[in-house]
Design a protein around this ligand. Structure first.
Ligand code: FES
Ligand code: FES
Length: 159
């Protein structure tokens, strides 16, 4: 066991954990942020996606020791009031069915829009590859990413 500081959503959490504990466990069980989901535990489904220093990563497959003192954003930190363009688009286009995979989908989509404000179908397919939805919401996810890109551009032009 060792002591680590996790910087999650601009807040510091001091935790005691085995260095090899998956970051996902620390986020959910030690920091108490349960919006990030466990699907497979082996980096194959995308349900556990968070941002580490702004990049989308699969938190089930990163040891907590590798994420200490770095900037972590979870679904809870995307916005205070569901105002992030991806959240707005997901509501507008009614994307989720059971919802289980959607935190990971939203975090992947948010990272895509940030680095590519106008993604093509191909860009979307590449970025969302390996984000499994057992309910098959893929067409709505693709539509909502385009909605989010438009909302994001509109928001930027009113600033
Ligand atoms: S739980 Fe991490 S990729 Fe499936
Ligand atoms: S909405 Fe059910 S798994 Fe994606």
């Amino acid at each position: 066991m060792a002591s680590y500081t996790l910087k999650i959503n601009n807040k510091n959490f001091t935790i005691e954990a085995d260095p090899t504990m998956p970051l996902l466990w620390a986020i959910r069980d030690l920091a108490g942020l349960t919006g990030t989901k466990y699907g497979c535990g082996i980096a194959q489904c995308g349900a556990c996606t968070i941002h580490l220093n702004g990049n989308p990563v699969r938190s089930c497959s990163i040891p907590v020791s590798a994420a200490a003192n770095q900037s972590i954003t979870t679904i809870e930190g995307l916005s205070d009031d569901n105002s992030h363009p991806v959240q707005q688009a997901w509501i507008q286009d009614q994307v989720p069915q059971c919802g289980y995979c959607q935190s990971g989908q939203i975090m992947a989509a948010a990272a895509l829009i940030k680095r590519n404000p106008n993604p093509t179908d191909k860009d979307i397919d590449m970025a969302m590859q390996g984000h499994i939805c057992r309910c098959g919401t893929y067409p709505r996810i693709r539509k909502a990413i385009k909605t989010a890109a438009a909302l994001s551009t509109a928001k930027a032009s009113t600033k």
